[in-house]
Ligand binder design. Structure first.
Ligand code: ATP
Length: 266
């Protein structure tokens, strides 16, 4: 597919094998600037593998992942994050002993590349930058709805707030593409509803593209402009939420694994 200006990510022919297991095969995904896309599929379909490959955690066995026209396949998580792709994890990964504020600050430190000597000797430019990071971390926490928790240890937060904090830290990296891995996992319906509002706000305010994996079909259908369905490591269907809901192959894929369509995987 030709790269046009509004295409942010263009991955084609992606394969990932683990020994004899083919977790992902001939996978393709194009994300335009500002798109909000959902990736769904039964357990073991390959969704996490897609995230790991796109975020540089895993190198694909085959295929290309072009981001703003630049090949990123196999470049590793640090270079992928620098290029503008940030993610959250299915199993939350925070610095549990650090405060909420400090967790968000780590994201800004990475994105601003604060120098070692400037940090060590607290040079004036470093102090200025620390002040700016603290202010921006507070603003981000406000937007994500955790500003009242800034001094708490991340590990002491309720589950839903930990998920929000992970999103805030990913946003502090200043990404162009945000990958959200099961953002509503473990949340009650009220928390999920509030999370949907937050994702809508950050999508609009940060002019971001978002790809999310989620088992909560209500959230996916309400939030996403386009959906991809994976099954056994292959793309089964792609379309608007309405098209996907009406697709008999998708229903079959979910029922075939003993899960009803619309059932959350908690
Ligand atoms: P879930 O919804 O349960 O999280 P998923 O759609 O994210 O599932 P993946 O975790 O990507 O699916 O797994 C896809 C396939 O690849 C599965 O068969 C899984 O067992 C296999 N797999 C994933 N990671 C590894 C690994 N590190 N080593 C071996 N096999 C793996």
């Amino acid at each position: 597919m030709a790269i046009t200006n509004d295409i942010l990510l263009d991955s084609q022919g992606v394969e990932k094998r683990f020994g004899g297991i083919i977790a992902l095969s001939e996978y393709a995904l194009t994300i335009r600037k500002g798109e909000l896309i959902g990736l769904i599929g039964p357990n073991g379909a390959g969704k996490t593998t897609v995230f790991n490959v796109l975020s540089g955690v895993l190198a694909p066995t085959k295929g290309s992942i072009r981001f703003e026209g630049r090949e990123l396949a196999g470049q590793g998580p640090a270079k992928t994050a620098q290029a503008g792709i940030a993610r959250t994890f299915q199993n939350i990964r925070l610095f549990d002993e650090m405060t909420v504020l400090d967790n968000i600050r780590t994201g800004f430190h990475h994105s601003m590349g604060c120098g070692f000597f400037a940090t060590l000797f607290q040079l004036p430019r470093q102090r200025k930058s620390e002040y700016s990071i603290a202010r921006r971390s507070g603003e981000l926490a406000e937007m994500i709805g955790i500003s009242h928790l800034l001094d708490m240890k991340a590990g002491d937060l309720p589950y839903g707030d930990q998920r929000r904090l992970e999103i805030a830290r990913a946003l502090a990296l200043g990404p162009k593409l945000l990958l959200l891995d099961e953002p509503a996992a473990g949340m009650n319906p009220g928390e999920t509803e509030s999370l949907v509002k937050t994702i809508k706000i950050i999508h609009k305010e940060f002019h971001l593209s978002i790809l999310l994996v989620e088992h909560d079909m209500h959230l996916v259908m309400n939030l996403c402009q386009r959906l991809q369905v994976l099954n056994y490591g292959r793309l089964l269907a792609e379309g608007t939420p309405a098209e996907i809901q009406a697709n008999p192959q998708v229903t079959e894929a979910y029922l075939g694994t003993g899960r009803k369509k619309g059932e959350a995987d908690q």
